[in-house]
Design a protein around this ligand. Sequence first.
Ligand code: AMP
Length: 179
Amino acid sequence: MTTDSKLASSIRAIKDYPKPGIVFRDITTLLGDADAFRHAVDELVKPYQGLGVDKIAGIEARGFILGGALAHQLSAGFVPIRKKGKLPHQTVRVAYSLEYGVDEMEMHIDAVKPGQRVILTDDLIATGGTAEGAVKLLRQQGAEIVSACFVIDLPELGGRKKLEALGVEVRTLVEFDGH
Ligand code: AMP
């Protein structure tokens, strides 16, 4: 895996946020830079052109921003995966693991149809717990997960391997060491 240095330099690092020892990878600086944002979206969609993708599923909240752009570029629909209690219609729910403890995420029950081809997206994959939950939700509704893509990978935390062990192809553009 090679890191896209142009993109890496557009991402701001905030030390000890939200708690000591964590380096928060802030993509608002990437999103605010027209060239970097377009470049990230272009690179993410490139291998998916012509694959017949039905839906992009984005994880709240930064996955919505990338997912909307990817959906537009691929002429696919968009599916929001949200923290529990936020979606207005009937939902399906799954528990997922966080660094400390568990939480739950939801998707509308009719957001994907069995057999639909879906790409999952978020800004960053760390332990992979969040993405794993989303994969379970989508598969539970019969979706075929074509791929999962993220701007940033923190390889030391093992998220990519966790998704690959579930049979999900993972694509990322930038790797950073540490947490
Ligand atoms: P994980 O479930 O451990 O893969 O964590 C991924 C989710 O947490 C994504 O929605 C990320 O936006 C967020 N996240 C985890 N670690 C970081 C970090 N160092 N900087 C920014 N966001 C992070």
